[in-house]
Each structure stands twice: as C-alpha cells, then as structure tokens.
Design a protein around this ligand. Sequence first.
Ligand code: NAD
Length: 396
Amino acid sequence: MIIQPKTRGFICTTAHPVGCARQVRRQVEYAKARPAVRGPKKALVVGASTGYGLASRIVAAFAAGADTIGVYFDKAAEGSRTATAGWYNSAAFEQAANEAGRKSFSIVGDAFSDEIKAKTIDLIKTEFGQVDLVVYSVASPRRTHPRTGETFSSVIKPIGPAYSNKTVNFHTGEVSVATIEPATEDEVRQTIAVMGGEDWQMWIDALLEAGVLSEGATTVAYSYIGPEITHAVYREGTIGRAKDDLEATALRLKEKLSPIGGRAFVSVNKAVVTQSSSAIPVVPLYISALYKVMKEKGIHEGCIEQMYRLFADRLYAPGETPVDDKGRIRLDDREMLADVQKEVDRIWTELSTDNINELSDIAGYRREFFQLFGFETDGVDYEADVDPAVDIPNLR
Ligand code: NAD
C-alpha cells in the first residue's frame, strides 16, 4: 500500500517502514563512524524503540560493539493499519545488528509488568548470562502498577498557579498563548507513579535478585531540566516532580549496586524532537527556537549525537564520570550555555505567527517530527507500494 502521514494533533497514526529503516541506518552509520567506545559488552535497554532509548541501543551496539536486548511497547501492522514507528525502527535495528554479527533480541510488551521483567530475565540468563548496562528510557502516558493493579495517568501541568505562555501548532505554524490549569495533588501523585523512579527501581531489584547484573554493572535513566521559559510546565510542574523522584532513585540504586561495584546515574539530556516531547505544550516552540540557535552556532545535536557523547565522554570516559553537584550527568551543557539561552530568550519575546519561519527552526522541527514516523526522509519513494507487514528478527 501507499503510506502517507496521518496526523491527529501531535500524534501521527501511520508510519513508513522504509523511512524508519533509513532513519535507523543513518544513526547506525553515525555510531559506526565515530571512534569506538570501550563500553558495555551486554546491554539491556528498556524503552528501546524510539528517541533516546533507540539511540542508546544503537551506540551500545555499533560504537561499543555490545550485544543488546531491547524492551519496548509497539504494535505490528494489522490489515491496512501500519505498525508503529518503534516497531519498524526495531526491525531495522535487529537486521543491522544481525548483519554486523552482534547478538540482539527484542521483547515487545509492557515494561511495567512483572511478566515482561521475568521474560527479560529468562532471556538474559539463556542468551547473555548477565548484562553490564541497563538503560531505562521509558516514556509513557500511563502505567498499571504490577502489585496494586492501579492504573496511573501522567499529566503535564504546572503546580501552584495556572501557567500561560506561547505555544505553537507546529503543523500550521500558528503561535498562540496556552493557559494550563494547575495539577491536583492526585495528578502529581499519578505522574510520579508513571514517570518517576519506581519502575526503574523494580527493574534493578529484579535483575539484582536474579543475579543477572555483572560485577561493575552500570544503569542510567534520563531526565530533563531546561530553561526558565519551560520551568513552570516542566521542571517545576508535575513531570518535574517525577524527574525529582527519578533522580532520587538513582542515588538509592547507587547504594543498592555498591555490593557488586555497580553504578547508577541519571543523565540530564538536551531537548530533542521525540514523540514524547512533541506532546508537551510550549516545548515544541522552545525546541524550534533552540534548534535555530544551536544550528547557527554549529552545536546542534539530536538523540544519536547526545547518546554517543553520553557513552564516549561520560559513562565510559577514562576516570570518574563527571557529574554535577546533585550527582547528575549533564548532557544539556550545550543547550544551557549562557549565550545559547540568551539568544533563545531574545527570540522568544519576539516570536509570533508572522515571524516564526524567520526567527525559529519550525521547518526543521516539523521535518524531524515527520521523520520520527519515517516520513520526509531523503531517498525514500513515498509513491511506491510498500508492504506494511514487517517482521522483527530476533523477537522473543
Ligand atoms: P520516546 O517516546 O521517543 O520513547 C519512549 C520509549 O518508551 C519507546 O521505546 C516506547 O516503546 C517505550 N515505552 C513506552 N511505554 C512502554 C511500556 N509500557 N513498556 C515498554 N516500553 C514502553 O521518548 P524519549 O523522548 O526518548 O524519552 C525517553 C526518556 O528521555 C524519558 O525519560 C524522557 O523524559 C527523557 N528525556 C527526553 C528529552 C526530550 O527532549 N525528548 C529530553 C531529556 C530527557
């Protein structure tokens, strides 16, 4: 069939298998072309099919030469419905790993469940024995607690007063003012339950108990801080509370891993276009302004560049991993440079529907958004008939 993008707000309900495969190949080529990393040998990536998790898996496999297991929640094609982008990405990843002679396996299912954790542990035991890296990169709107059965929903809302700021409909370029009402206490609780550290800790507890973490194993999860402009809706809002919890969990996990000489980190990554970040009000407009400034300064990075730097210059750099005063790895160092933020602030005050194309990289934002789903990718014939049914090699 001929697959075209179909969008509903910040969601694209179709994905293109050939375009997704190209995007993955581009990231694989990037990782292969960089100096090799003396990094993990056997890695588990939870949330491995898109965004930062996919890029982490690619760097582990193709810059460090690791065997990998990816856990993710994606859907296969069904009838005339395409698979999700993460499904096609993972099929392409597994194929590239096979070609390169790396062992690699995929587990599709709910990472929050006991069942998927047990299945992953069995797979580690039979295929790898142990893993020496666990990347936790799940971003989800919902989580069902494996013990209580309660289903939590995460919301992106301020805490305290209502918050108003500029936002953009990135499809049309229309800039408007969004007002977001504050979260209730229960919404804060639920957001922490979805995006905080509890599930990461449950993974590490289960892996430790099963004896499948090797001596000196490392675990890392991802956080975000961002600029003043987004603080009320992000870092000081519901999601920020969840990130506080995630960061506190890293400190607890460090203790738990000390008997095996292991390490636990949160890495504060920069803002990039992913399915998750496109759902946050205000943030896409901020990213459009940020991309404009960072591209002009020649310091722009996407997921793969960030994750390569995480492995090569932080986690597996010779000596101690550099961290900030709260023990966090900072990969947002370039985003937060004073001259970058000053320029973004200047743009921000002036931004409107009339000047968005000149002042921001909204065109780049839109293109990257569609590329997340395999569209707008060079070298792909979008008029060609393609089979949406793609098998994932090594699916368990
Ligand atoms: P993403 O939406 O691209 O990826 C989320 C991944 O989680 C996908 O692989 C998806 O399949 C998986 N997932 C979701 N629910 C799942 C479930 N129940 N079971 C198994 N897998 C599940 O998101 P992303 O932007 O790469 O976010 C990953 C992490 O990075 C998050 O913690 C996010 O807060 C953080 N981060 C993102 C940004 C950004 O700008 N995008 C910046 C800094 C930090």
